[in-house]
Design a protein. Structure first.
Length: 138
């Protein structure tokens, strides 16, 4: 059930990010609450601590990237929500993989748009990285 919630969160956010160029708080905040609640149901207080630790880790790691304009605030919040479903190690690996995927998307955009500046929609690399790191178990 936890994986279904995580996939629904990421798929919904990726769809709105792609279509409207925005990740809405109606995806991120309920997603964070669902991740923490699922962790609590499955693993008790330790699960809640782990979920919150992973979410805070994602926020701390990604907030400076937001401050320099590398990603949007919605991307940071989405990753924190997704991280609440993951272990700390998985969160770090997903951040790393999503930036690699995002770099690949950026190169494709540069070639396709012949150097015109264009932002990538980062929710899709987040979704792909979590699918990759989870081994497709979502």
């Amino acid at each position: 059930m936890r994986n279904v919630l995580l996939f629904a969160l990421l798929a919904g956010a990726a769809a709105t990010d792609w279509k409207r160029h925005k990740i809405y708080n109606r995806w991120t905040f309920p997603g964070l609450l669902a991740g923490v609640a699922a962790a609590g149901v499955l693993d008790g207080a330790d699960g809640i601590r782990c979920a919150l630790c992973s979410a805070i880790f994602a926020l701390v790691l990604l907030f400076p990237v937001y401050l320099i304009g590398g990603i949007g605030a919605g991307d940071v919040k989405l990753f924190a929500a997704a991280a609440s479903f993951l272990e700390l190690r998985e969160t770090f690996l997903c951040i790393f993989v999503s930036f690699l995927i995002g770099a690949g998307f950026s190169l494709l955009l540069i070639v396709a748009k012949k150097g015109k500046q264009r932002q990538i929609r980062f929710a899709l690399p987040i979704l792909i990285s979590i699918l990759f790191v989870s081994g497709g178990k979502l």
